[in-house]
Design a protein around this ligand. Structure first.
Ligand code: ATP
Ligand code: MG
Length: 384
């Protein structure tokens, strides 16, 4: 019978917190597997087993979904069989990956020490049989394929090279944070990175309708849905920034418009965080990428935030972030052309090194407090 075998990641190091981590991890795994049929999920030491309970289970679909659960370092589709060397040999000869492999080796692990053969003996028996029956060369240094045998308490498992798991820590185990989600490449990746560190995300998107199109908003919701495949259900908050941006444009120096808008976003995001018990903001800022991301601009923006602002991409370059966006699955959506609100109101010559005193002076020129309170009364919530 084919099952999914998963290996817990670094959470095994977490000492007393371990049972809480493990409970979150298993509950998230059950949740992602449920659309693919009835799977029984259980754990033993650092291994987790997802066993299909009826023939209608879609093991392939379940395997792909399980690859997006944070907290697992590796996973494999494995054959479960009796703890008997003949049965292991029969099953090994059927492994589809061996049909195309040019060379192989066997790795054996024996958790059940009562099993009559040692690991080297298992490797020799099984390796000899595969070589003889399938004519594939043994290569212990650079094998084309690796056949893993694990002799556990209740059964033996056979699988080839495991796939890389999503890594990180189980969802929600590190608390909550507000993700400032634009339609760009960076912020979805920033959210993904922090979710992978165990934060549950509250995405907030600022729109400037009618300056921005309904497609721009739909694009952000699509990005949030892709993130939800990794993080689970989320509530996206769409908040209108039209009034605030118009007031800034009308009353304040044009070259400070971007930093003023950013500060306003920070304050509104802090208010959302406070109401929902979130302990930080997350942005996709990367040092020096654009005028609003110089050290000076980041400092002036951050001054408007009570909560810490997490910037997981601050030291990443665009190439690296794009590669990661492809892995997350957001890249193709992010590069769609619809502008978010900042594009529409971006000044032609934004100040690269804004000074806090000047910015504070500019903030006396419009009533940001009232405008921010107003927009917070009309938050649109969308479940993804
Ligand atoms: P991204 O690719 O994430 O849009 P960017 O390189 O385009 O980033 P900016 O547009 O300067 O950079 O935005 C910096 C960060 O500010 C974004 O990563 C995001 O976290 C936040 N942000 C910008 N615009 C919005 C918006 N309309 N709604 C929510 N957050 C925003
Ligand atoms: Mg952007």
């Amino acid at each position: 019978m084919e099952i999914i075998l998963l290996k817990m990641g670094e959470m095994v190091l977490k000492g007393l917190n371990r049972s809480r981590f493990e409970a979150s991890l298993l509950s998230r795994l059950r949740e992602v597997l449920s659309p693919f049929g009835n799977f029984e999920v259980s754990s033993r030491q650092s291994a987790v087993y997802a066993v299909p309970k009826d023939p209608g289970c879609d093991v392939g679909g379940a395997f792909a979904a399980a690859g997006k659960v944070f907290g697992f370092s590796a996973l494999a589709r494995a054959v479960r069989c009796g703890k008997d060397i003949r049965e292991l040999q029969e099953q090994a000869l059927l492994l589809p990956q061996l049909k195309t492999a040019r060379s192989f080796k066997v790795e054996a692990r024996r958790a059940d020490k009562r099993f009559p053969m040692t690991s080297p003996q298992i490797c020799a028996e099984l390796g000899g049989c595969i070589h003889e029956k399938l004519g594939i060369l043994v290569d212990v240094h650079t094998p084309g394929e690796v056949v893993w045998v694990e002799i556990r308490e209740t059964a033996a498992y056979l699988h080839t090279r495991p796939a890389e798991g999503a890594g990180g820590l189980p969802p929600g185990t590190a608390g909550k944070a507000v993700l400032l989600l634009s339609g760009g490449i960076d912020s979805p990746v920033a959210g993904w990175r922090m979710a992978r560190r165990g934060l549950s995300l509250l995405p907030v998107h600022f729109e400037s309708y009618p300056y921005t199109s309904p497609e721009a908003k739909e694009k952000v919701l699509t990005l949030a849905r892709i993130l939800a495949e990794w993080c689970g259900h989320m509530t996206v908050r769409v908040i209108s920034f039209t009034g605030i941006q118009e007031a800034i444009r009308k009353h304040c120096p044009g070259d400070l418009a971007t930093v003023l808008t950013r500060r306003s976003m920070c304050r509104v995001a802090n208010a959302v965080a406070r109401r929902n018990g979130a302990g930080a903001l997350i942005t996709g800022d990367s040092l020096g990428q654009v005028a609003s991301q110089t050290l000076e601009a980041l400092a002036v923006t951050e001054e408007a935030s009570v909560l810490p602002v997490l910037r997981p991409l601050v030291g990443a370059d665009k190439e690296e972030v794009s590669r990661e966006a492809r892995r997350v699955g957001t890249f193709e959506t992010s590069i769609l052309p619809y502008e978010d609100c900042c594009g529409v109101f971006t000044p032609r010559h934004p100040r690269i090194k804004p000074r806090l005193e000047e910015v504070l002076a500019a903030e006396t020129l419009y009533d940001y407090q009232t405008l921010e309170d107003e927009t917070l009364k009309r938050v649109e919530k969308i479940e993804v």
